[in-house]
Design a protein around this ligand. Structure first.
Ligand code: SF4
Length: 385
């Protein structure tokens, strides 16, 4: 195995496998890993090695091990790609990195920034929250912790614009409890009927009191969050909107069954077609520009560090860099002479450096990044890093 994997030739060709050979190579690799795992399973010293734990993790997540008659592991086969979980080991050099079908291997960064409708150059909008996660985690779970985090720091918003992945019904309910208005489109599409649940008139308890034609229901049942409303057969049969209405024919009545959740979602879907929603939601596009700015200015998509902790630290530092750029631009717009602001930036950067050092982070690898911010800010030499 040392000859196979550790020779100079094999190391120089590492990961250069032809696509046509991929399956064969995976099979050979899984067999070798299995053999290594078995051979050292009784060796206490080897078992305590992190590389050995990674071998076991790889086998468990990406292979199927069949047992022999004595119950001992006997054979190994590679799982099909669909069976391999997205949080499985992607790279032994970075065990925290995971996989996402759209974003690929690595990490993802959740970013929240302030916004105003004012486009004036003197308005300062800053990144207020940065959270790095393994890339397999769904965006839907990021919103509430982000709002709670900014509220703890007295930076809580009145309103949050987010894309549809963050706009679940649960998130809407929770943001309302936190006193924040969430503006986000719903996932999926409504049914083909041109009339929807949202076209019915309902009271504060989401109970339907009138249909779109103005008829009141003749029967009503509710159980927990489930509602079952009946409309008179004669009325619905004679209704010109019958083919477009979501009610369904039954023996006694035309029924409409719904839950509070479906009603809320339909109401939101309806509001998405209004000018008020479009006018408000268009400002969300700004965060896409921020992500591009974040990457262009700081190179956040290609970090020189590994591991969740180091990646988080680097991403946060780079977001601070973007904020410094923005603050500088606003101060420059406010003050005819920017020279008077330079000492403030110098002092701020020195504070970041001292704070990071006190937390025990190795600053040397971030030193270049900070220096590049300084150079972009046109600060003259003299800053002590
Ligand atoms: S079909 Fe029945 S419930 Fe639907 S709009 Fe017509 S009268 Fe109202």
């Amino acid at each position: 195995m040392v000859d196979t994997y550790m020779s100079e030739k094999s190391l120089s060709a590492f990961s250069l496998v032809k696509p046509s050979m991929a399956n064969k190579t995976l099979e050979a690799l899984s067999k070798d890993l299995f053999e290594l795992g078995q051979r050292f399973s009784d060796n206490k010293e080897v078992r305590s090695m992190s590389s050995y734990s990674l071998i076991l993790r790889e086998l468990e997540e990406q292979c199927v091990i069949t047992k022999g008659p004595e119950g001992k592991p006997q054979e190994v086969a590679v799982k099909s790609p669909r069976e391999i979980p997205s949080d499985s080991l992607q790279n032994p050099s970075d065990p925290d990195a995971t996989y996402d079908g759209h974003k690929g291997q690595g990490y993802q960064v959740q970013v929240m920034e302030s916004y105003t409708e004012n486009k004036d150059k003197t308005t300062l909008n800053l990144i207020t929250h940065v959270e790095v996660e393994p890339s397999h985690i769904s965006d839907v779970h990021a919103l509430i912790p982000a709002i709670e985090s900014v509220q703890e720091r007295d930076l809580g918003p009145q309103e949050v614009l987010a894309d549809s992945l963050y706009g679940s019904d649960d998130n809407h309910t929770k943001t309302q409890e936190l006193g924040v208005d969430l503006v986000a489109p719903c996932m999926g599409k409504s049914g083909d009927e041109s009339l929807s649940l949202a076209d019915f008139e309902y009271n504060a308890h989401l109970r339907i009191i009138r249909c779109p034609c103005g008829h009141a229901p003749v029967s009503y049942k509710t159980k927990k969050d489930r509602h079952n409303v009946g409309f008179a057969l004669d009325t619905c049969n004679a209704c010109p909107y019958r083919s477009q209405c979501p009610v369904q024919g039954g023996k006694k009545y035309f029924y409409l069954r719904y839950t509070g959740k479906t009603m809320r979602i339909e109401r939101r879907r309806k509001s998405e077609h209004t000018d008020a929603f479009a006018n408000k939601y268009r400002y969300r596009a700004g965060v896409e520009a921020t992500m591009s700015e974040y990457n262009t200015l700081t190179g956040v998509k290609r970090l020189r560090v590994r591991g969740l902790k180091a990646v988080s630290f680097s991403a946060i530092l780079k977001a601070i860099g973007v904020n410094i750029f923005r603050a500088t631009a606003v101060r420059r717009a406010l003050m005819p002479s920017s020279d008077s602001f330079l000492p403030h930036i110098e002092c701020f950067l020195s504070k970041i450096y001292r704070f990071a050092t006190r937390l025990g982070f190795t600053i040397s690898r971030y030193k270049e990044d900070l220096l590049s911010y300084v150079l972009h800010c046109n600060i003259k030499p003299g800053l002590a890093f």
